[in-house]
Design a protein around this ligand. Structure first.
Ligand code: NAD
Length: 292
């Protein structure tokens, strides 16, 4: 059993912290929103009065916050968590943020720090089946592994500081482009008089195969639990995909990598979100591509 500080008890952090409690850890939590803290306390967590208080005395300190600016401020700002943490603590940020901020915070923390973004969404957070992509020192990774294992199923050490965020933005850029081209193929099939099922049966066994097709099919029918079967309720909201595509384009610009399809995916998801579809599952972009 470990003493853990957990800051950011929202849609992801809330269930993740509850899974740590279920695994028998002692967790002190903090969130700016009182209702999030109430839910955590009702599950047996200890309320902290501030982020710094949650960090003090913990062996592992975890954040699950919206974006890079929140993460920088929470760890390195006035009354920050890094300074409040024990010298021997392992610091873990599970938020999805830009690679540059992840590296800056790790360098400024003065303690071993891991960037550990996740995939698997709120369902994976509830079920404790998240995938963690981890960057940071080997020794801190080894110590953190049993803690991460209480919240996730697949835990991959990707390299040094920022490598977890790098893996996340690369993966989601592939996912977005795969989803768009899969949706385009279904729209083309419709115009050519080919049924959804026929295209699915061929492409899922052929070289057009992808996770976007076989696990998350953007038309109803072939994959019964994909969001297309429930009018594109998320799942993974388009606004979150747009955020991740922004991060991958930022990373590409600073690393001088050519990512023309990533840029196009960003432009299309921006159009979709600006049309008021931010809360819709990202596979719902097929409706925009259909022109309806
Ligand atoms: P959320 O908005 O539901 O939760 C964030 C929480 O952080 C909120 O409760 C907010 O009050 C709290 N917070 C913000 N600033 C704070 C501060 N200074 N101190 C204490 N609490 C503070 O967001 P979420 O969906 O839980 O996402 C968290 C992170 O996980 C994001 O980076 C997101 O991109 C990433 N992520 C989300 C999903 C998903 O499906 N929701 C999937 C993978 C990754």
């Amino acid at each position: 059993m470990a003493r853990i500080g957990f800051v950011g008890l929202g849609n992801m952090g809330g269930p993740m912290a509850r899974n740590l409690l279920k695994a028998g850890h002692q967790v002190a939590g903090y969130d700016l929103v009182p209702a999030a803290l109430d839910g955590f306390a009702a599950a047996g967590g200890t309320r902290a009065g501030s982020a710094a208080e949650a960090a003090g005395g913990a062996e592992f300190v975890i954040t699950m916050l919206p974006a890079g600016k929140h993460v920088r401020e929470a760890w390195l700002g006035a009354g920050g968590m890094a300074a409040a943490s024990e010298a021997g603590a392992v610091l873990i940020d599970g938020s999805t943020i830009d690679v540059a901020t992840a590296r800056e915070v790790a360098a400024g923390a003065g303690r071993p720090m891991l960037d550990a973004p996740v995939s698997g969404g709120t369902m994976g957070a509830e079920a404790g089946t998240l995938t963690f992509m981890v960057g940071g020192p080997e020794e801190a990774f080894a110590r953190a592994q049993p803690i991460l294992a209480a919240m996730g199923r697949t835990i991959v050490h990707c390299g040094g500081a920022g490598a977890g965020q790098a893996a996340k933005v690369c993966n989601n850029m592939m996912l977005a482009a795969n989803m768009i081209v899969t949706a385009e193929a279904f729209v083309l099939a419709e115009k050519l008089g080919l049924t959804h099922q026929a295209l699915f049966e061929v492409a899922s066994q052929s070289s057009g195969q992808s996770w976007a097709l076989t696990s998350y099919c953007p038309v109803p029918g072939p994959v019964p639990n994909s969001p297309a079967n429930r009018d594109y309720r998320p799942g993974f909201a388009a606004a979150l995909m747009l955020k991740d595509l922004g991060l991958s384009q930022e990373a590409a610009a600073s690393a001088r990598a050519e990512t023309p399809l990533g840029a196009q995916a960003l432009a299309l998801y921006r159009r979709f979100v600006e049309a008021g579809q931010g809360d819709v599952d990202f596979s719902g972009i097929i409706r925009m591509l259909r022109g309806g």
